[in-house]
Design a protein around this ligand. Structure first.
Ligand code: SAM
Length: 253
């Protein structure tokens, strides 16, 4: 069956066995793990992974790929023809491990969607644009540090595992990729992500402006210990939590 790659579904298929083996080693699947793969495509990762597992769950949006997958499918793979952006990741009987060579065009909204299910997620191993992975693992003070770094690092330990060249895909993407490993934190500094998301969004609303300017209507210097003459990119995760608590206090009063 011939399948024409669809740009709108971010279809760049892995064709490099060495990279596929490296990803499988990074995931280190154990037979009874509940692994959910997002975007199995034609099964480049799916089938090598399934060899190690009692069962594997995959979510694929493209019906044409589903028929290719099903024709090769063994009984141990459950295929959901669904959109991962609206998929209910809480439906499994125990904690899951999420993996995938993600469609790049939806990687950020997908990570934010998965954040809602973090209490049911052990870890996640994803292929993403290298630049996005660098932003997620970035430290305060670096150019790449921003909203997504703070929010993801609040709930996951993050690591850039290795980079993947364009030549490992067909069709080749324009940019380099990287493997990101996210391990859910047992004791995050905050329980609820929404208030943190709100303050971080405000703080980074104008990258070149100081916090004082960005938070103008939300918080003034007398209401927080955090020095508002800095830019948001200088603040650590702990600083953002303090800022969030001070902001919440003001809204409560
Ligand atoms: N895993 C395959 C591989 O490595 O060769 C395919 C990876 S390709 C980068 C991304 C896959 O995600 C495609 O199969 C695409 O159809 C699928 N996809 C795109 N958007 C999706 C969505 N919203 N929900 C589920 N799958 C999606």
């Amino acid at each position: 069956m011939v399948h024409k790659p669809r740009k709108r579904f971010g279809q760049n298929f892995l064709v490099d066995d060495q990279v596929i083996n490296q990803i499988v080693s990074t995931i280190a699947p154990k037979s009874n793990d509940i692994i959910v793969e997002i975007g199995p495509g034609k099964g480049a990762l799916t089938f090598p992974l399934a060899e190690y597992l009692d069962h594997l769950y995959v979510i694929e949006i493209d019906r044409d790929l589903i028929s290719i997958l099903s024709s090769k499918n063994s009984h141990k793979i459950t295929i959901y023809n669904s959109d991962a952006l609206t998929f209910d990741f809480d439906q499994f009987s125990s904690k899951i491990r999420v993996v995938g060579n993600l469609p790049y065009n939806i990687s950020s909204p997908l990570l934010f969607h998965l954040l809602n299910f973090r209490s049911n997620i052990v870890d996640m191993t994803f292929m993403l644009q290298k630049e996005v992975v660098e932003r997620i693992v970035a430290s305060p003070g670096s150019k790449s540090y921003g909203r997504i770094s703070v929010i993801i690092q609040a709930f996951f330990d993050t690591e850039l595992m290795f980079t993947v060249p364009k030549e490992s895909f067909d069709p080749q993407p324009k940019i380099e990729s990287a493997i990101l490993y996210l391990k859910t934190k047992k004791d995050p500094l905050v329980q609820n992500s929404k208030p943190l998301e709100n303050i971080v969004k405000l703080a980074f609303s104008h990258r070149r402006k100081t916090l004082k300017n960005c938070l103008k209507l939300a918080l003034n210097q007398s209401q927080t210990q955090i020095d508002l003459s800095q830019r948001a990119e200088m603040l650590s995760l702990e600083n953002f939590v303090t800022l969030m608590n001070d902001y919440e206090k003001q809204n409560r009063n």
